[in-house]
Design a protein. Structure first.
Length: 309
């Protein structure tokens, strides 16, 4: 089986933790140890988010005023290197050399006329109090949005069209390598009328980009790891329902938050509608997700919506 596994949430940073290097390594090490069995038995491509890290680099970038701040596309490339390096190293350590792991810096083509550039939604960087968020917005001209009971910076998140390196990634997987790629959704680029890639100021959602990549390399399963046991219909309300399985059509009629579960469902719909199978569930109970005891499966083979008991 060929899996694309999208790492997010607790796989990289636990909510409330600082985006420090030692915490990143500790979380990635635990993640890779849990993924080791899956990567021994199947073809696996690992993708990952970068929201806290790219926001942190942007803040560090602003503190040095002798040069102009680096743009988001270059900061996104930096996060691919810093996070991908740790994943490649810790996965290799967990497998004790039984499989070769390669990390590839990846670009993702977007449309620079995408309406997302006028409506930023992608959360990046640390959480702020209301007062600190207001001060940061005034000083840096940021757009701020609520994240739980705190606030964070938001930036444009255009729809991914294709992953430029998908043919190379597929070749590497065909040759038996484990590939770490599409970090942070890939560096967003537009293609000009001469066919040249040019970076744009945005962050692509890693789940949407992972779904595009999964289609391009003909993966069997898109596995979106999160910190929730199930996709929940009516989250935070008395009518909340844990969804064990659903067809793309049925779950597509439900509404999910734009800044959290919404992109995961959109990614799932894009892949499942083409015949793929999607699993959304927690990393720390990976075996239970694969055994279909917890987590949410989205597949054309499911009839309607099946609720968890």
């Amino acid at each position: 089986m060929r899996y694309v596994v999208a790492l997010g949430g607790n796989a990289l940073n636990r909510r409330g933790e600082p985006a420090a290097a030692d915490r990143l390594r500790a979380n990635v090490k635990a993640t890779c140890e849990q993924l080791a069995k899956l990567t021994q038995e199947h073809e696996v491509v690992l993708t990952h988010g970068n929201g806290p890290q790219v926001g942190l680099l942007a803040l560090q970038n602003l503190s040095y005023r002798d040069v102009a701040p680096y743009p988001l596309d270059i900061l996104g490339a930096e996060t691919q290197g810093m996070i991908g390096y740790v994943i490649q190293q810790e996965l290799g350590n967990a497998l004790r050399g039984q499989r070769e792991v390669v990390m590839m810096l990846t670009t993702t083509v977007v449309d620079d006329a995408d309406p997302a550039f006028e409506h930023p939604t992608k959360l990046i960087g640390p959480q702020y109090s209301a007062q600190d968020a207001a001060e940061a917005a005034a000083e840096y001209r940021w757009t701020i949005a609520r994240d739980g009971d705190k606030f964070r910076r938001v930036v444009p998140s255009p729809q991914p069209i294709r992953v430029s390196q998908a043919p190379v990634i597929r070749t590497l997987v065909d040759q038996g390598l484990l590939v770490v790629c599409t970090g942070g959704g890939g560096v967003p680029v537009r293609v000009d009328d001469r066919g040249r890639e040019i970076g744009v100021q945005a962050v692509v959602d890693k789940d949407l980009a992972s779904a595009v990549l999964a289609r391009e390399i003909e993966a069997d399963v898109l596995f979106i790891l999160t910190d929730a046991d199930f996709v929940v219909d009516g989250w935070g309300t008395p009518e909340a329902r844990n969804i064990l399985a659903a067809s793309p059509e049925a779950i597509g009629e439900l509404e999910f938050a734009e800044g959290s579960m919404g992109p995961k469902i959109d990614a799932a719909l894009g892949f499942a509608a083409g015949g793929g199978r999607v699993l959304i569930g927690p990393l720390d109970r990976l075996d239970a997700v694969l055994a279909r005891e917890i987590g949410t499966e989205i597949s054309a083979e499911v009839d309607g919506i099946v609720l968890a008991s």
